[in-house]
Ligand binder design. Structure first.
Ligand SMILES: Nc1ncnc2c1ncn2[C@@H]1O[C@H](COP(=O)(O)OP(=O)(O)O)[C@@H](O)[C@H]1O
Ligand SMILES: [Mg+2]
Length: 364
């Protein structure tokens, strides 16, 4: 059975001379928590609006359950949207806000009541049906917006930065709630967010967008550990970049030269012997030692240290132009890492811990 619920093929949308969405291909698995992640203006909302039917592509095709819905009206799609500003009806109470879609479908009152009660219970607003919207906190309004969309039992729930207006603590609670709702209902969620931590912690799969294009799609771990582009490596988490020259490629391993030292890295399609490329290194994969070890390593000088509780961040200068950020776990009392500014150290990492990236201008 085909398990893809939402499918975009070569979808493009232009506004004047801005290409907001540029030949985007996406496949969302049924029952997945899927995120569209990227900086402001990269085309996330436009993509979501086209899936919802509030906007149409200039070219390309959108399918839901294999059916071409590119030009169908929103109400003809089994899709509901939670908007960034909630878009609740301020003159109606909670019950009427949630019942709105059901009334439009002309369900009988008993069925409407039972469905609204069911969903209000599920979003933890039981007994609040007669409250006015203005009498609710931001978090409660968010739940009403969710209930109003979910009560229609859509095939896909689209969420556009739904938590952006909430404060930090409430945001975390709602992240947890969203995940719980998605699991309990088994509905496919497509979340738009510019918050990489939100996308990583909540999603089964993430599509990273940049300037209208999808640069990478995959499970959070893959995207973090194996970024496809410099943009992805830089946007997700923290990355150190170092310029290298490729010496040889053999059996899936590539040898590069970095500050006159040979370094072993996983090979990368299209990055061949003689090429100039970049290494991306995550701070927590870099281990500091006082004595040289065998394997990938660079000598350096500690520039500064910041105690972070669970770990300490040391900046290490490895050349005139390059300072690496490293993160050392403070594992046990007594075994705490302690390097002082000015001290000579070695930065070590395993051959699988770096990502080889083609140079940015040749990546596209
Ligand atoms: N209705 C519109 N008219 C003109 N330009 C638009 C319109 N909607 C979006 N854009 C432009 O398209 C680009 C992508 O916007 P958007 O999809 O809202 O990005 P995001 O949601 O990732 O912040 C931006 O450059 C934005 O200014
Ligand atoms: Mg947006």
């Amino acid at each position: 059975m085909n398990n893809i619920v939402v499918e975009l093929r070569e979808v493009t949308r232009r506004f004047g001379n801005v290409t907001a969405v540029d030949r985007v291909d996406l496949e969302v698995q049924r029952g997945a928590f899927f995120s569209l992640l990227g900086p402001s203006g990269c085309g996330k909302t436009t993509t979501l609006r086209m899936i919802a039917g509030f906007d149409e592509p200039d070219s390309g095709c959108i399918r839901i359950n294999g059916q071409d819905i590119t030009h169908l009206a929103p109400f003809q799609r089994r899709v509901n949207t939670v908007f960034q500003n909630y878009a609740l009806f301020p003159h109606m109470d909670v019950f009427e806000n949630v019942a709105f879609g059901l009334r439009r479908r002309r369900l009988d009152l008993r069925e409407i009541r039972s469905k609204v009660e069911w969903i209000l219970g599920l979003v933890r607003l039981e007994g609040m049906g007669r409250r006015r919207i203005q009498q609710l906190s931001g978090g409660q309004q968010q739940r009403v917006a969710l209930a109003r969309a979910l009560v229609n039992e859509p095939e896909v729930l689209l969420l556009d930065e739904p938590l952006a207006a909430l404060d930090q603590k409430l945001r975390r609670d709602m992240q947890f709630e969203l995940k719980r709702l998605q699991k309990e209902l088994g509905i496919t969620f497509v979340l738009v967010t510019h918050d990489q931590e939100e996308a990583l912690t909540m999603s089964d799969a993430v599509a990273v967008m940049n300037a209208g294009r999808v640069e990478q799609v995959g499970p959070p771990r893959d995207i973090y550990d194996h970024p496809a582009t410099r943009f992805v490596a830089d946007f997700i988490g923290i990355a150190n970049f170092l310029p290298v020259k490729v010496r040889s490629v053999q059996n899936g391993r590539t040898t590069v030269v970095l500050s006159d030292r040979e370094i072993l890295v996983p090979s990368r399609k299209g990055v061949d012997a003689g090429a100039h490329a970049e290494l991306s290194l995550r701070p927590e994969r870099l281990r500091l030692t006082r004595a040289a070890e065998s394997g990938n390593c660079l000598p350096g000088t500690v520039v500064d240290s910041v105690f972070m509780g669970a770990c300490t961040r040391f900046s290490v200068r490895v050349s005139e132009e390059h300072v690496l950020l490293t993160e050392q776990q403070n594992q046990q009392q007594g075994a705490c890492v302690d390097f002082n500014p000015g001290e000579s150290v070695w930065v070590n990492w395993g051959p699988a811990s770096a990502t080889l990236l083609p140079l940015a201008h040749s990546a596209r």
